[in-house]
Write a protein that binds this ligand. Sequence first.
Ligand SMILES: NC(=O)c1ccc[n+]([C@@H]2O[C@H](COP(=O)([O-])OP(=O)(O)OC[C@H]3O[C@@H](n4cnc5c(N)ncnc54)[C@H](OP(=O)(O)O)[C@@H]3O)[C@@H](O)[C@H]2O)c1
Length: 241
Amino acid sequence: MTRIALVTGGSRGIGAAISEALKAQGCTVAATYAGNDEKAAAFTKETGIKTYKWNVGDYEACKAGIAQIEADLGPVDILVNNAGITRDAPFHKMTPQHWHEVMDTNLNGVFNMTHNVWNGMRERKFGRIVTISSINGQKGQFAQANYAATKAADIGFTKALAQEGARAGITVNVVAPGYINTEMMSTIPEKVMNEVILPQIPVGRLGEASEIARAVAFLASDDAGFITGSTLSANGGQYMS
Ligand SMILES: NC(=O)c1ccc[n+]([C@@H]2O[C@H](COP(=O)([O-])OP(=O)(O)OC[C@H]3O[C@@H](n4cnc5c(N)ncnc54)[C@H](OP(=O)(O)O)[C@@H]3O)[C@@H](O)[C@H]2O)c1
């Protein structure tokens, strides 16, 4: 049976790897993005995966976007809440705007997306929700009070919703990546990478987006029906909770 998968922020970075892994697993995939049309068009050209643009922080936009995807491809079986942003600042310098932008995308976005696929999954008695949290939501991180709050909230949200979805055949899980080799990481100076970041990671390297994608693809598969409410840490041993 071909499953329909929707990956938010699925046009680049970790999300792009997730979209491709789900496609390789046999799913029909829709990837969303916020504004980078160029990257999204290149991704669609390269992979054949359709991309859709809207802001996950906007409930009505999520509702309309999901309706469009369901009209184009069919009912959504798998939702991966991957879209996320950072607005880092030490707390004494953090502005309400820093706080609210991160809440709107990372936390309200997860509600807006999940709420708009939930009833359909309940009616069809099948669903897979996987949300991408972060090691920094598990352990905290200097200058990331906003980001860590949202990423910790993903875990509470998941544990609560897993209990509601269980009888309806819907599993709800989290993948919590450590430091992953994405564009964001390539901006870090070599000295900081070698002397500060890598020594904190027992396996001695950054993770690859494809390694996160494989973890997500497993939790999204029909085979993972007995796993719900869990947090799968993929961080090279940097933090064990
Ligand atoms: N990179 C890491 O080391 C790391 C570690 C732990 C957790 N994570 C988490 O993993 C996820 C992906 O991270 P990444 O580094 O791959 O990010 P990224 O390269 O910055 O890509 C983010 C994606 O999310 C989309 N997006 C951002 N804000 C959005 C919004 N309001 N509405 C819809 N789409 C939006 C972006 O769209 P545009 O292309 O249009 O901008 C892009 O497709 C995030 O949740 C992040 O917190 C990352």
